[in-house]
Design a protein around this ligand. Structure first.
Ligand code: HEC
Length: 157
């Protein structure tokens, strides 16, 4: 009886709190909305000349190990430099998000992978982020340089 009435009182917010405490049940969208959407926009559409579009592009970049490494490293350490996205140049600064946990970064990236037009991609696991974190700090300019190499290699379009 008690279980039944308790369940009746569980609001969505309470459920989300329960889920947040359970690593197996991640909340990718909420993490993306809280940490990324203010710049990259709720649907990942970006803002021309300011914030790169992630929708559709994230999953494409995540197809190769080098691309996945780049995505994790960019969220961990940020990026500073001039990049070309959708034919437009962006000279921006993405802050380092190194204070986020490995699970939160995996969640945020997994939401990016699901943004339409979605393309199937292997989800990120916290261990994959932890491995990139263990490589140590990279500067935003180093990440921009890494990106140039990946563009030359065709990993990032
Ligand atoms: C304060 C604004 C801001 C926030 C918050 C932010 N970003 Fe960024 N992000 C940028 C900017 C600006 C760039 C491009 C940097 C440059 O021009 O060198 C960028 C670049 C990127 C790139 C590289 C895109 C490419 O084309 O190579 C990825 C991936 C990315 N962000 C993911 C995220 C994720 C995931 C989050 C949340 C965990 C996030 N960003 C939070 C501003 C932001």
């Amino acid at each position: 009886m008690q279980t039944r009435s308790a369940r009746g009182f569980l609001t969505h917010a309470a459920l989300a709190a329960v889920i947040a405490g359970t690593p197996a049940l991640a909340v990718p969208k909420a993490t993306y909305v809280a940490r990324c959407a203010m710049c990259h926009q709720p649907g990942g559409e970006g803002l021309a000349g300011q914030f790169p579009r992630l929708a559709g592009r994230g999953a494409a970049i995540a197809q190769t190990p080098a691309g996945r490494h780049y995505l994790a490293r960019t969220v961990l350490h940020g990026m500073y430099g001039t990049i070309l996205v959708d034919g437009q140049s962006i000279t921006g600064l993405m802050p380092s998000m190194v204070a986020m946990t490995d699970a939160e970064i995996a969640e945020a990236l997994n939401h990016v992978l699901s943004l339409k037009p979605a393309k199937s991609a292997t989800p990120f696991k916290p261990a994959e982020i932890a491995a990139v974190r263990a490589e140590g700090k990279a500067s935003g300019s180093q990440n921009a340089e890494l990106r140039r190499q990946l563009v030359d290699a065709g990993t990032i379009k």
